[in-house]
Write a protein that binds this ligand. Structure first.
Ligand code: SAH
Length: 467
């Protein structure tokens, strides 16, 4: 390490910012978040700096700079915009024996400002020793999204309770108590804006001499279509809190990697037709884990509420009196539409979206879609690739136009995604394309504006027929 991270105590101490322009204002804005006494050393101030002085947050020192200007400063920033002046001020500040940062002159810096994630009093500093500032910002963004905005207030609450915890919670229990506080219901309630309930729960647990009753929770979490950056922030949070994760066949390994390293991962996937894990067995193991007070994530591809058998799992949890929640995800149809750059609804063309499955519960029964595929409909078919020709033939037999546009997107958002744009006649007559492996979404679009349908529009503006 060329540099060593330390947190400087700044309360009530002088921080001098030498410079009166935009660069100085940027540093002043950062330092105004601290409890330092800010002094702006410059003959003239731009508006933002003048504002800080006017509201009493900073003092203005307009005297010509001397060693005295920097005396006893905890930290000095030099950012005058004039290289020679920066150098002169640097010499004066060093003569006063202070810690100096000359903006954009690393060779003149005793200290560097890191990228900061501010959840005061929780503060995270990220530095790359000047090698990769953009990477530092990316890391910062990742942390910003992971840590709830109210985390600082929660840490402050914990800080206020430290004394009473050391008096009332036996030493051997304290670590477990804090682990529970920061990873379980108290933090979750607080993050959701229920600060009072969180505080009450903590106080009750303290008065009972330690750990609050660990409450199991089952989170049915949407893993999205495959790509790991298509999970919601809440989904990632649940994955990081989980003690145990039960995941399905279509959940991609890169999504599982978002979980805590020591979380237990259990595969409960079902191959189509091969029910290696019957639903009631899944319900049983999920409930058993939650009853032990563990944080359980039931990770399902896409959105858990769309062809995800969530209803059975919710009913089982409710019947057992175990708390259960749904964290929505990006469903395959939405992801596939985004991949091909076509919205699911198009004003004037399709104003109805039908999500349907080609696989019904009753074995051998083939669903019929001709009735729902009325003009103005986008039909998104899940679990249909194995009988795509049959479904196409039935639609043709029911009088659907053979030139209807069919678009198939296989493994949407995954690295091996494949797409095909074709027609109803083609899928009905040809062998399925080998490159279009399951899982795939089949879109069948029946627009309003087609020669077969004439002009129908639900909107008031006039449409001009295109021939
Ligand atoms: N709950 C999931 C659907 C589960 S059913 C969701 O909301 O997306 C399984 C079907 O989803 C597959 O047969 C396929 O039709 C579709 N599917 C899932 N992941 C997919 C992907 N990455 N690309 C295309 N289709 C996908």
């Amino acid at each position: 390490m060329m540099t060593f991270p330390m947190f400087l105590t700044l309360s009530g101490r002088r921080v001098v910012i030498a410079g009166g322009g935009k660069g100085a204002a940027q540093k002043a804005r950062l330092m105004a978040r601290t409890e330092a006494r800010l002094v702006i050393l410059a003959p003239r101030l731009e508006d933002e700096l003048a504002g800080l002085v006017a509201c009493g947050r900073a003092e203005h020192d307009a005297c010509p700079a001397s060693t005295e200007s920097f005396r006893d400063a905890a930290l000095v920033f030099i950012v005058t915009g004039d290289a020679a002046e920066d150098l002169r001020l640097h010499a004066l500040a060093k003569a006063a024996g202070t810690l100096v940062n000359v903006v954009d002159r690393p060779e003149l810096c005793d200290a560097f400002t890191p990228s900061i994630v501010d959840r005061d009093p929780v503060v995270i500093a990220i530095g790359t020793e000047g090698t990769a500032p953009v990477l530092a910002r990316q890391i910062r963004t990742a942390l910003e999204t992971m840590l709830e905005p109210r985390l600082g207030a929660f840490a402050a609450l914990a800080g206020r309770l430290r004394g009473v915890v050391s008096r009332q919670v036996p030493a051997a229990e304290r670590r477990a108590f804090w682990a529970w506080a920061f990873s379980d219901t108290p933090r979750r309630l607080h993050a959701a804006g229920r600060e009072r309930e969180a505080a009450q729960l903590l106080k009750r647990a303290i008065s009972e001499g330690g750990r609050g009753a660990a409450e199991g929770l089952i989170s049915l979490v949407g893993a999205g279509p495959g790509a790991r950056d298509l999970l919601t922030l809440r989904a990632v949070q649940r994955l990081q809190e989980a003690d145990v994760i039960f995941y399905d066949r279509l959940v991609e390994p890169e999504v599982l990697d978002l979980a805590r390293r020591d979380a237990e991962r259990i595969y409960v996937g079902k191959e189509v037709g091969l029910h290696s894990w019957p639903q009631n067995r899944i319900n049983g193991v999920v409930l058993a884990a939650a009853r032990q007070g563990r944080r359980v994530v039931r990770l399902k591809s896409g959105d858990p509420g769309i062809f995800g058998r969530a209803a059975e799992e919710i009913a089982a949890a409710k019947a057992a009196g175990v708390a259960v929640e749904i964290i929505p995800g990006i469903t395959a149809a939405a992801a596939a539409a985004a991949s091909v750059g076509r919205p699911l609804t198009e004003r004037g063309r399709t104003d109805r979206l039908v999500l349907a499955t080609g696989t019904l519960e009753a074995k051998g029964v083939v669903p019929e879609f001709a009735e729902v595929l009325t003009p103005g409909t986008t039909l998104a078919l899940y679990m249909s690739m194995h009988r795509i020709a049959e479904l196409g033939n039935r639609l043709l037999a029911a009088g659907q136009p053979s030139e209807l546009e069919v678009e198939i997107v296989s493994r949407a958002t995954c690295v091996d995604e494949c797409r095909k744009l074709t027609t109803l006649a083609d899928i009905a007559s040809s062998e399925p394309d080998e490159s279009l492996r399951s899982p795939a979404i089949v879109f069948i679009r029946r627009p309003k504006l087609s020669l077969a349908d004439g002009i129908e529009t639900g909107h008031s503006e006039k449409l001009v027929a295109i021939s």
